[in-house]
Design a protein around this ligand. Structure first.
Ligand SMILES: N[C@@H](CC(=O)c1ccccc1NC=O)C(=O)O
Length: 255
């Protein structure tokens, strides 16, 4: 059974029973994706008096505290609050819609003279502006970097100077009114850049013309079977009044 979704005067169809989950699960332990020197996710059993929040240990219910670092553990979505001192700049205020027309684009980074692997605007544009989907203006871009090793699901990125985006690419997305960027990297910016965060600033146009509703989602994983093209994106987060939240982006192929 197909459902329809209107976008810029066209009517797309998608199958609600065929979701493609591009989030990475949050689980305790060392074998989970990790970046920016975050501690691993931890679930602690709550113990109060004779109460134990573990059925395995004889308690009536499981009742656990979660210890996690949104920017460092698993798929997460952030707003301009990541680079702003404003306590009002929270993801819960920024992200007010949850369905978007998205274009999935695969791009291979290029090694620079200094050894950095960088996704360049030129390569991104060649993919975006080619093919039959180029006529549709998407609200979101999902960037899959090539090669697409499954190791992305569990990689320990800290201190490895991971691939990042040319700031001009982030600027291009802002200029083309792309509200949501999703990518399978720890950050749009270089791991250590003396606090410049050039691509973050360019994407949010912060602080001169801040795009308050724009978001960046990092540490996704898009399996190879999911082909480049147009998707309906359902972007779900927790209602945290914080700059970032663990998130669950789910795609539905659009026809
Ligand atoms: N590159 C920044 C650090 C940075 O980007 C960052 C630091 C901690 C947690 C997340 C970060 N960036 C994520 O996009 C710097 O060198 O100051």
């Amino acid at each position: 059974m197909l459902a329809t979704y209107p976008h810029h005067g066209r009517t797309f169809s998608f199958n609600p029973a065929a979701p493609l989950d591009i989030s990475l699960p949050l689980a305790p332990g060392e074998n989970q994706v990790n970046c920016f020197w975050a501690e691993p996710v931890q679930f602690d059993v709550i113990r109060v008096g004779s109460f134990v929040g573990s059925v395995a240990e004889g308690g009536s219910t499981n009742y656990k505290r979660v210890h996690l670092t949104p920017h460092g553990n698993g798929t997460h979505t952030e707003c301009y609050g990541h680079i702003s001192p404003d306590p009002q700049a929270t993801l819960n205020r920024s992200l007010r819609r949850f369905l978007f027309v998205a274009r999935l684009v695969s791009v291979q980074p290029r090694r620079q003279a200094d050894g950095d692997e960088v996704v360049l605007l030129e390569d991104f544009r060649r993919e975006l502006e080619g093919g039959p989907d180029a006529a549709v203006r998407p609200e979101a871009i999902i960037l899959r970097t090539i090669p697409n090793h499954k190791a992305k699901r569990t990689r320990q990125y800290s201190g490895t100077n991971p691939t990042y985006l040319e700031p001009a690419l982030a600027h291009y997305l802002a200029e083309h009114h792309i509200e949501h960027l999703l990518l399978d990297l720890p950050s749009v910016d270089r791991e250590e850049d003396a606090g410049q965060l050039l691509a973050h600033h360019a994407f949010w146009q912060y602080p001169h013309a801040t795009r308050q509703h724009a978001t960046i989602t990092e540490l996704i994983f898009v399996p190879d079977e999911v082909e480049d093209g147009l998707y309906l994106l359902n972007l779900q987060v927790t209602s945290l009044e914080l700059d970032a939240s663990p998130s669950k982006p789910v795609l539905y192929a659009l026809t």
